[in-house]
Design a protein around this ligand. Sequence first.
Ligand code: RIB
Ligand code: CA
Length: 312
Amino acid sequence: MMNKLPVFIDCDPGADDIIALLLGMNMPELDIVGISTLCGNVEAPKTYVNALKTVGVAGKNIPVYKGAETPMTRELYTAKDVHGNDGMAGLSDTIAAPDVSEEKEKAWDAIYREAKKYNGELTLVAVGPMTNVAIALAKYKELASLLKQIVIMGGSAAYGNVTPAAEFNIYVDPEAADVLFKSGANIVMFGLDVTEQAILLPEEIEKIGQMTSPQAKFCYSILKNTEDFYLSKGFAGNCMHDPCTVMYLAYPELFSGKKAGICVETKARITRGKTVCDMFTDVKFGFENALVMMDVNRDGFGEKIIEIMSRY
Ligand code: RIB
Ligand code: CA
């Protein structure tokens, strides 16, 4: 009998967040014990509803907890050009919200409660801005050591996608990311270096389109409604940024990376939100606070995503 890995996912759905949730909820290797949401790709009320609806489509009974409605100190910067005004690639009105009562516990309190319950075995996945994570780490000093690991989609060793310097999740709340990288937690970082390699090709998307389950149809619609954005940027297909995290937890052999030092720029204007990485420099920070993932077996990644979606 396989020991399932207990996982808590913090997200800002968001098209690729939704794909990550659909995949993670259909992996026998993982036990998704909770989901929390926050502002990011779109405003917090929408990301919350999108997570609820995605759990409903998957036919699961996983609690969804509300989190931050703004970054810690800055104005919210959204990504509606990628994810649509509804954050669900224009599909939100076509997906019914499940009839579940609203969880009153806030995201950061739920993360801590579950971390204590699993006593060192819980993995926190964070695929939106790091605001909920930072609040949890600041409120509960022992949280960093209580978690098995924090696996994030965010940053990069080299470049950005909001500015030449900064990736979206870090750009939106640099101060929160700074708290995370200084926390001492066991961090695995999926930055753009690897997530922009983790492409789902048009022909692979069409294989999902041939599947008949409601979950696969939902996944296909999300992918098709965002495909033009990625193709217009010169990618060979859809960048599966957030899915890299759950795919790593279940199939780590698909990825490779190196420990490195990461510091977050919070003061500058031009390089706001840059994750400065010492992987490629002879001058080092003197600490290695993250496992920075750099490569993916792209064909194996694509094949596995199709196989997981076919299981619904
Ligand atoms: O830069 C990509 C990240 O920003 C992904 O998490 C996407 O969902 C957006 O939040
Ligand atoms: Ca996201």
